[in-house]
Structure formats: structure tokens, C-alpha cells
Design a protein around this ligand. Structure first.
Ligand code: GAF
Length: 391
């Protein structure tokens, strides 16, 4: 642990706010999705891994049912949300960041967990970068509230359930219609592995993913273009795929396999066809990447990342000029493959690169952004890290 460790920062900020040490500190990571984008809400396959970047929640139990939450901003200032009484909460309460922790308390109350708590949050997951800072916050708060109410550290099936509660907080309390990818990654990933999740069945496999041992790196390129219009764009795509599934008479697009794609497209109205094409082909790409990882053929994954990005750009239309530039620059400079990661409309791309080429690729991406008159992107190597837990 270093002084800049979110768990240390949260504990120190808790002490400064409440004049005592917290009863505990829980933290949860952001994620990169290696592949499987916009497949989760179609009952499909995803393959994320956790980042070392985390949100920590330092907390102490209260004797009443009041929740207080503060967050330490990147400027070092604490922002405090208005205290709320957990049993009286209604969706729509809380503004901005505070709706997320309050939403988690609302869901937990429905599960019979309503002990009041004082929480102080701190973290280093970049916000608005498509790296799941919201899910990290939700999962850290969920673990903190459960822990403070006397619940033991969750086992793996309970972790998947907590991820669904965190998703409900986001969907039903905050009002953002996301799938369960980000929360499951934050709760269930383990260090050194990518998580192969079948969203429909809930089956999960920890697939060893040690890029460094293969002389490779996953480079994250945060374009620093925030997800403009992401919420309406995301909801539109989601509704489009649900309508397509309805018209095709299936529960979800997961039920359309690659062999059924041509027939499915034929029966759908023109605007829905590319959405279906993306989801069906993306699910297939996830399965192929998992096979390659199981076989230790990491470098072979590159072309599938490329096709995934092209499908998200051309068929699903959730990329952005900045993401396309990052992907194109990385590919041109020798990346084995590159794609946007997360919901899109801004945020981050990932590039699979040989370690020997990494600095050159980073320089090339930086130069292309500068030439285009864009803010310098933030880049770092993503190492598959641990999921949520008590610090
Ligand atoms: C966002 C959502 F939160 C996820 O549920 C997922 O749909 C992703 O976009 C796209 O794959 O991160």
C-alpha cells in the first residue's frame, strides 16, 4: 500500500471527517473489457478483466438508519452528500455521484440490510473514461454496507448476486439502463485472469491472461473525450436490440447464432440489421478469443480486437472520432489489434502491443492526437488485477 492507495486516502479522509478511524475499508476495481461489447444486455458473452485502479469506501456503522457519504475529489476536496434515511429512500433521490451510493443503500434495504453508516470514498479510477468508475463505486459501497451490517466476505456466487444488486441500483435508482458487465467484472474478477462470463446462465470461467509473460501488453488509451450523449445513445441501441429480438421471436439476440444471422437480417427492418449483426458476430468473437487464451495464443487475439472495433464503429455506431483515431494510430504503429472498450461514445480504447513496440506506439498515438488538435490522451498498461474486497 502507498500513500496514494485509495484505501489509505479513504481511511485518512474518514479520520479527517469523523475524528476516528473507520471500522473498515472496502474497495472495488474499474475494468477493461477485452472483448464482448454491448452483448451483456443481449444475454451474451463478455470477457473483462479488473484494473488496478480502485474506488475505496472507508466506513463506520451507525446506530440509526441514516447514511452519510462524502467523496474525496481529485483536487483533494471532500464533497458531502446530504444525509439520507435509508428506509425512506425513493428512486431519483441524490444528485450526480451521490445517487450511486444512495441507490446501493436502497437496493440493500430491500434485501433486509438497512443499518446506517458513515462512508467516505476515494479512488483513482478515471471517471467518464469508460473504465467503470460507477460500478467500482457501487461495488465498494455495497461491500462496505454489507460488511458494516455484519455480513461475512462474500463467496463467488454471492459476489455475482451483489453485482446484480449494484446493477439494479444503477438501473432503477439512478436510471441508467446498463447491463451487468461492469459490476460483475468489479465483483468477480481475479488477478492474472480475464473473466469469461455467460450473462444468460451466469456461468463464469477465470481464464488465465498473462500478457506480460508473452512479451505483450494491453495498453489503455483514455481519449479523455467523455461519453457525450452516451446515455441516450446507449438506451437507443439497447431498445433496438430488444425490439429486434421481439420481432425475431427470441428471448434475446443471444439466441441467434452465426448460422441464423443471414435469415434473421432478412426478416428485420433495415435499421435493426446492423445492430443484430454486431451482437451476433461479437458473441462469436468472444468465444474465439477465449479459445485462443485457453490455448496460450495471446498474440492471435489481435485481429479479433480489430474486427470488434470495426463492427462497433460501422454496425453498432457507438465509436467516436477520438476512439477511431486512437485505434487507427495504434494499429498503424504496429499494435497487434486495437478496439474501443466499454460503452463507447468517447472513453477509452485498448491496444494489444508487443512490449518492445509499446513506447513507439504510445508516441505515435500522442503525435496523432496532437496533430488533430486534440487533448493529449492518457495511456497506461492494464494489468489484470483483483476484484472487490476488504482492504
Ligand atoms: C457499459 C455498460 F455499463 C455495460 O453494461 C455494457 O453494456 C458496456 O457498456 C458495453 O459492452 O459499460
Amino acid at each position: 500500500m502507498t500513500a496514494a492507495d485509495p484505501a489509505v486516502l479513504a481511511a485518512e479522509a474518514f479520520h479527517a471527517t469523523h475524528g476516528r478511524t473507520p471500522d473498515g475499508v472496502w474497495s472495488a476495481p474499474g475494468r477493461v473489457n477485452l472483448i464482448g461489447e454491448h452483448t451483456d444486455y443481449n444475454d451474451g458473452f463478455v470477457l473483462p478483466f479488473a484494473l488496478p485502479h480502485r474506488i475505496a469506501a472507508a466506513g463506520a456503522a451507525r446506530d440509526d438508519q441514516v447514511l452519510t457519504v462524502s467523496t474525496l475529489g481529485s483536487d483533494g476536496r471532500l464533497q458531502q452528500a446530504d444525509p439520507v434515511t435509508i428506509p425512506g429512500l425513493r428512486p431519483g433521490e441524490g444528485t450526480g455521484w451521490s445517487a450511486y451510493p444512495i441507490g446501493v443503500a436502497w437496493v440493500l434495504h430491500q434485501q433486509g440490510v438497512d443499518r446506517g453508516a458513515d462512508l467516505v470514498l476515494a479512488g483513482d479510477v478515471p471517471t467518464g473514461a469508460g473504465l467503470s468508475s460507477s460500478a467500482a463505486l457501487e461495488c465498494a459501497v455495497a461491500l462496505a454496507l454489507l460488511g458494516l451490517a455484519g455480513h461475512a466476505d462474500p463467496d463467488s456466487s454471492r459476489r455475482a448476486e451483489i453485482a446484480k444488486w449494484a446493477q439494479r441500483a444503477e438501473n432503477e435508482f439512478v436510471g441508467v439502463p446498463t447491463g451487468v458487465l461492469d459490476q460483475t467484472a468489479s465483483m468477480c474478477c481475479v488477478s492474472g485472469h480475464a473473466l469469461f462470463l455467460d450473462v444468460r446462465s451466469g456461468d463464469a470461467e477465470q481464464v488465465p491472461f498473462d500478457a506480460a509473460a508473452a512479451g505483450l501488453r494491453v495498453l489503455v488509451i483514455d481519449t479523455r473525450a467523455k461519453h457525450a450523449h452516451s446515455e441516450s445513445g446507449y438506451g437507443d441501441r439497447r431498445r433496438g436490440t430488444e425490439r429486434a429480438a421481439d420481432l425475431l421471436g427470441v428471448k434475446a439476440l443471444r439466441d441467434i447464432g452465426p448460422r441464423g444471422l443471414a435469415a434473421a437480417e432478412h426478416t428485420l427492418p433495415e435499421p435493426l440489421r446492423p445492430l443484430v449483426r454486431h451482437v451476433v458476430t461479437e458473441n462469436q468473437r468472444v468465444l474465439e478469443v477465449v479459445e485462443l487464451l485457453r490455448a496460450g495464443q495471446l498474440a492471435e487475439v489481435g485481429p479479433l480486437l480489430d474486427t470488434s472495433h470495426d463492427s462497433l464503429r460501422d454496425d453498432y455506431q457507438v465509436s467516436s472520432p477520438e476512439l477511431d483515431l486512437a485505434v487507427d494510430a495504434a494499429r498503424q504503429a504496429g499494435a497487434l489489434g486495437a478496439r474501443m472498450t466499454g460503452g463507447g461514445f468517447g472513453g477509452s480504447a485498448i491496444a494489444l502491443v508487443r512490449e518492445a513496440d509499446r513506447e513507439e506506439i504510445e508516441a505515435a498515438v500522442r503525435a496523432r492526437f496532437e496533430h488533430a488538435g486534440l487533448r493529449a490522451p492518457r495511456m497506461f498498461v492494464a494489468v489484470p488485477s483483483a476484484g472487490a474486497g476488504r482492504a
